[in-house]
Design a protein around this ligand. Sequence first.
Ligand code: PBG
Length: 324
Amino acid sequence: MFPFKRNRRLRTSASIRSLVQQTLISPSDFIVPLFVVEGKGVKEEIASMPDYYRYSLDLLKKEVQLLWDMGLKSVLLFVKVPDELKDNKGTEALNNDGLMQRAIKTVKEVAPEMYVMTDVALDPYSSYGHDGIVENQKILNDPTCEVLAQMSISHAQAGADMVAPSDMMDGRILYIREALEEEGFTDKGIMSYSAKYASAFYGPFRDALDSAPGFGDKKTYQMDPANRSEAIKETLMDIDEGADIVMVKPGLCYLDIVRDIKNEVDVPVSVYQVSGEYAMLKAAAEKGWLNHDAVMMEQVTAIKRAGADLIASYFAKDVVKLIS
Ligand code: PBG
């Protein structure tokens, strides 16, 4: 007796393996997160994110040109706000000449077709390091949504293509969508961080922006990593409220959630492979314990296979260099 079905036939050579390969990674899968700071000539490495930098606007130009030339077509902007400009209400976020607003214009000057997404949340601007306005140690929901809507308008006016609210307040997509429509920004998109977990993997990002919460944690707004069904509830609500793209965050530990959501919705699903995921691999590779490029490709491929249409990743450049 011989087995008629031999699965190894389709694995016998690189050619046949590539012919039957189901998940392909390309530059257009990626959104590149960028950290921006005030100053001139600044390119500071983030201590817990080897080979990842904060750029001042002049050097941001070079970086954006490089990304565009590599075939990377979208950036997600974050700003590091000086302490003296932080307050409870995130007033600086609404400054039409603030760092974010200037960063948006800078990117568009260099690469007008670069699709510019912007982080919308109070934490980089908050003296408390929280994603909402604080009163008596509590995060106020609705007043925060009002500010997020104004912030979105300011980003849209500066030329952002899509706003990406990462705060997890209830109802904020509706506030933002209504505000955009009222102001005539009918083409501006919303990528909602819909299923964002209260994760310990955000540590290096908070180092990058100096945005760690000053008291408590973010568990009254971000989701409990133990929960599965509320990810779908959150995501469907955001779509109802007008989100164009939804997101699961972090990536690797949450691929079951990615698949649940992919099976449930008909809008593009993005995944944020977060700072801690980046740091973990860089550290293991530095020690010589993991093969950096092989593990990186396995990770982004797994994220896409799980259902991601888009991946926000600090590895974007590394991946594109490797595959091109
Ligand atoms: C904050 C925000 C965070 C990230 C993106 N936007 C951190 C947080 O919620 O504390 C994390 C990204 C990363 O870790 O790479 N609104």
